[in-house]
Design a protein around this ligand. Structure first.
Ligand code: ZN
Length: 275
């Protein structure tokens, strides 16, 4: 499932169309990705308008056309954005295609868990402006993180990090990476963290987001070799820090990978792994 950095990568795929007029639109109005969205209004308001700007926030994207037409896209599990020539022939999974004179801007989603929203208003719609502060923004402070941990004191850390209302854009692999780098057991309850652990968690959260955006968000480069990321995908695998076997189990509804030596139930003194 695309997380914060993958979403940023896909967002930029449509940038070839910036400042160009949308001359035609192809869409499949009955597909589930358009639930509660008027495809008639979308077509009427975007066709003939210039593609003005694009933004990403966590797992959400927002595209503006003209001065007041806002298109929101969530990629779900298998969605992605692509750009192709204006002669592109739609596949059955291409649910929305915006065509400029030279390009086709495509939203493709084989499993249909993604979503397209649309609004017309002078300012960004509430489903965008009400999103929580991005993790790498100045508003995401240590006291803010402490408040979240206190409010959800009985949630295991892995489950907490997956809550989009607090950690927009964090998904399964990023949550595992953050906990591995902070040497916190994914089953640790959020309410038991010390001030030092919360400060370390805050620092790693922001650093992992920044590095992921710089590498994956830029050209889909892999994260550094020192990260758990390179070792967590296949069954088995060894911890890149201590070389012992990694564990896997469902926590917070998702298959979680961690190192029982580096991330024991009783937290170790904090280290500073390179990244
Ligand atoms: Zn280890």
């Amino acid at each position: 499932m695309p997380e914060l950095a993958e979403v940023e990568y896909f967002r930029k795929k449509w940038n070839v169309g910036l400042a160009h007029k949308i001359v035609s639109i192809h869409l499949q109005p009955k597909k589930r990705v358009f639930r509660q969205t008027s495809t008639t209004l979308l077509t009427r308001k975007i066709r003939g308008r210039s593609f003005h700007s694009s933004h990403a926030h966590g797992k959400q994207m927002l595209f503006r056309f003209g001065s007041d037409a806002w298109l929101g896209i969530h990629l779900g599990m298998t969605g992605r954005l692509l750009a192709a020539s204006s002669l592109h022939r739609p596949s059955s999974s291409d649910h929305l295609i915006l065509r400029t004179a030279s390009h086709s801007l495509i939203f493709r989603d084989p499993r249909l868990f993604g979503r397209v929203r649309f609004a017309v208003s002078p300012r960004p719609p509430s489903w965008w402006s009400n999103l929580p502060p991005p993790i790498h923004s100045p508003k995401f402070t240590v006291p803010y993180l402490r408040k979240i941990c206190t409010r959800r004191a009985r949630s295991p850390l892995k489950a907490l990090l997956l809550m989009q209302q607090f950690f927009p854009g964090i998904g399964n692999w990023m949550a595992d990476e953050i906990l591995w780098q902070t040497q916190l057991c994914p089953r640790t309850l959020s309410g038991v963290l010390s001030s030092a652990s919360i400060a370390q968690l805050h620092q790693r959260l922001r650093q992992i987001c920044r590095t992921s955006l710089r590498l994956i968000g830029h050209d889909y480069s892999d994260p550094p070799k020192t990260w758990l990321y390179r070792h967590r995908w296949r069954s088995g695998g060894y911890c890149p820090r201590c070389q012992r076997r990694l564990s896997r189990a469902p926590i917070g509804g998702r298959t979680t990978c961690w190192c029982p030596t580096c991330q024991p139930s009783t937290p170790l003194p904090l280290a500073s792994p390179d990244c």
